[in-house]
Write a protein that binds this ligand. Structure first.
Ligand SMILES: NC(=O)C1=CN([C@@H]2O[C@H](COP(=O)(O)OP(=O)(O)OC[C@H]3O[C@@H](n4cnc5c(N)ncnc54)[C@H](O)[C@@H]3O)[C@@H](O)[C@H]2O)C=CC1
Ligand SMILES: O=C(O)[C@@H]1CCC=N1
Length: 274
């Protein structure tokens, strides 16, 4: 892909994953600028990926065709207010990865309508296995939308949502989703240990099983429910485990948990817009 100059403002965990994915995909690290108030985070990025780094957000924006806003939602207002003049002067495509901040709010903080793509990525971007949901404002040109899509395609799959509310759902599914699977892995490893396996054996079996199940679900023409059926012999062992999960209302718990994530995204939109 022809890479634009990209500035990551607030390059912490999530930006680290995206930058790592981009560089591993062959993007020229010299096209990437990363900023942070914390010099040790910048040193790590520079050592691992040889990208340009600076503590000066204005300097990074001055180089950029695309500005990725990747600070925590709670400090976004202060950061944008400070950068408002630089953003207006450069007029880049802005990609915000912050959970729960509406494009309209970002535009208000900049002080004028801007081309904004809201992107909800996830940390497996580091391994080019990310999943991102994208939403664009009317100010985004076709070329800019394509640039945003290409950028995030370099680190995984991208799907556009038509309504901005869709980003709340994407956040609950794939943005936060890796943490749900990690929690499940932790629980399976602990349960394996409780059944007598040593910690390393329980861990390796758990992780390889997660990988194998995800690969099968992705590559098979069968739906996950059918793949599950094929593992579950009538009167066998899996049936006992599945029955136990269902008696514990796993499905409704998952629904409730993901609604809580989506509700928090909506709630943040209201709180942070003030
Ligand atoms: N971590 C995740 O899995 C995901 C995070 N997000 C979003 O990504 C954003 C960042 O999240 P994380 O990377 O987890 O947070 P983080 O805290 O690791 O990264 C933010 C970085 O911004 C730096 N920073 C603070 N003030 C700054 C300033 N004035 N100028 C420059 N840098 C500054 C901090 O030192 C920190 O390293 C959030 O808005 C979050 O909603 C979205 C999807 C997934
Ligand atoms: O927990 C959060 O708020 C962020 C957004 C999605 C994943 N991490």
């Amino acid at each position: 892909m022809t890479t634009p100059n990209i500035a990551f403002i607030g390059a912490g965990n999530m930006a680290f994953s995206i930058i790592g994915g981009l560089v591993k995909q062959g993007v020229d690290p010299k096209k990437i600028w990363a900023t942070n108030i914390d010099q040790s985070s910048l040193d790590k990025l520079e050592q691992e990926f040889q990208v340009n780094t600076t503590q000066d957000n204005h300097q990074a924006i001055a180089q950029a065709d695309v500005v990725v806003l990747s600070v925590k939602p709670q400090i976004m207002k202060d950061v944008i207010t400070d950068l408002s003049e630089s953003l207006k002067a450069k007029n880049p495509l802005i990609i915000s990865i912050a959970a729960g901040i509406k494009a309209e709010t970002l535009q208000e903080w900049v002080g004028q309508p801007m081309a904004i793509v809201r992107c909800m990525p996830n940390t497996p971007a580091l391994l080019q296995c990310g999943a991102s949901g994208l939403y664009k404002t009317p100010e985004v040109s076709d070329a800019q939308a394509e640039a945003a899509e290409q950028l995030m395609n370099a680190v995984g799959i991208t799907l556009w949502v038509k309504d901005e509310d869709g980003i709340d759902a994407v956040t609950a599914v794939s943005g936060s989703g890796p943490a749900y699977y990690f929690l499940f892995m932790e629980a399976m490893q602990q349960a394996g240990e409780a059944l007598g396996l040593d910690s390393q054996t329980a861990k390796q079996l758990t992780l390889q099983t997660a990988l194998g199940a995800a690969k099968m679900a992705l590559e098979s023409s069968d739906e996950p429910s059918e793949l599950r059926r094929k593992v579950t012999s009538p009167g066998g062992t899996t049936e006992q485990a599945i029955n136990t999960f269902q008696q514990g209302n796993l499905e409704s718990l998952v629904k409730e948990a993901m609604k809580a994530a989506s509700d928090r995204s909506k709630e943040l939109s209201k709180i942070l817009a003030q």
